[in-house]
Design a protein around this ligand. Structure first.
Ligand SMILES: [Zn+2]
Ligand SMILES: [Zn+2]
Length: 332
């Protein structure tokens, strides 16, 4: 499913087209894609909220499949290995950020389904060092949302600095938040979920939320940390309003509408607001290991690859419960 030009997803911009099967270069592997998860970033790519990089481009960066061809020099994988591919496609390994363990901020970082073709396709290419083993407890479909929703959720959770037993606020309750709440409950945190959707509030309660409400509501106790998943800048003010002294507010999205002017009182007492950008391979390996241990339950709605436009339209309207996953190889 190829994107030539970014337009509103209601116009079904992704087109089913035959493209040449890609060949792995030295150090790369080719993966035969089984499934690819849907992410809000795909929607931002398709609709042009993110500056266009590669055109045409095949979106998709929560890929599970099997290694099907090896470039020269690849020693850590063999044909038939089940692997996952995430948003971080490659880095230079040599810039100051890579040197400081912040490869997520690499100045030459390239991203799957954005700078290079991704997983809304039967085959894709990835550097051998940038794919992940998938724990056996997960089916392909249930593993897919771990690869971005899970990994970004995990990094956001880590950077929010929440400790066991503390109060965590989650704003928005989609694919990422429904995994983070399970991590937080596993660590005995009290989770307060803020979302407009009554369906999502009910889902949050099923997954152990101590309280649910709307962003303008006040939870029964103030928060030690919070994560905003919804791309609405106004939520920053609402979250700071109920954040304790010294608490961290992490912003998980790749885009956000303008953040309104704030009274300094809302930020004073050493509150921290920080964004979360991409994730490192270490985040990916840690999340996948933890996901198998908890084990995280991914709730999914499965679509055929050819339904990618309709699936993204549902994602845009918050009509997918949990995470959307495209199954490749049926309906083609
Ligand atoms: Zn770098
Ligand atoms: Zn993503």
């Amino acid at each position: 499913m190829v994107l030539d030009e970014a337009v509103a997803v209601e116009q079904s911009p992704l087109i089913l087209r035959d493209v040449a099967t890609p060949l792995p270069k030295p150090g790369e592997v080719r993966v035969r894609v089984h499934v690819c998860g849907l992410c809000h970033t795909d929607l931002h790519t398709v609709e042009g909220d993110l500056a266009p990089h590669k055109r045409p481009v095949i979106p998709g960066h929560q890929i599970v499949g099997v290694v099907d061809a090896l470039g020269s020099g690849v020693a850590n994988h063999k044909e038939g290995d089940r692997v996952g591919i995430a948003w971080l496609h490659s880095t230079d390994g040599s810039c100051e950020y890579c040197g400081r363990g912040l490869e997520n901020l690499c100045v030459n970082g390239r991203f799957t389904g954005y700078d290079v073709d991704g997983g809304y396709a039967e085959y894709t290419i990835v550097p051998a060092e940038f794919c992940y083993p998938i724990p056996d407890v997960f089916s392909d479909e249930h593993a897919a949302p771990l690869l971005c929703a899970g990994i970004i959720g995990y990094r956001s959770y880590r950077l929010a600095g929440i400790r066991p037993g503390e109060n965590l606020g989650l704003y928005g309750f989609g694919a990422s938040a429904h995994l983070v709440i399970q991590l937080a409950r596993h660590q005995k945190c009290n989770v307060f979920v803020f979302t407009r959707s009554e369906d999502h509030r009910a889902h949050a309660r099923e997954l152990g939320a101590a309280w649910t409400g709307r962003a303008e509501d006040t939870p029964p106790e103030p928060l030690h940390a919070a994560i905003i998943f919804a791309p609405a800048g106004i939520l920053v003010r609402e979250a700071l309003r109920v954040l304790r002294k010294g608490g961290t507010l992490a912003l998980a999205g790749i885009t956000m509408s303008q953040i309104p002017a704030l009274d300094y009182d809302l930020l004073y007492h050493e509150k921290i607001v920080r964004s979360v950008a991409n994730a490192t391979r270490q985040d990916g390996h840690e999340l996948l290991q933890l996901a198998g241990e908890v084990p995280l339950k991914t709730e999914i709605e499965v679509f055929d690859l050819v339904e990618a436009n309709q699936a993204l339209q549902k994602l845009k309207k918050s009509e997918i419960r949990g995470a959307g996953v495209l199954r490749v190889g049926t309906g083609l």
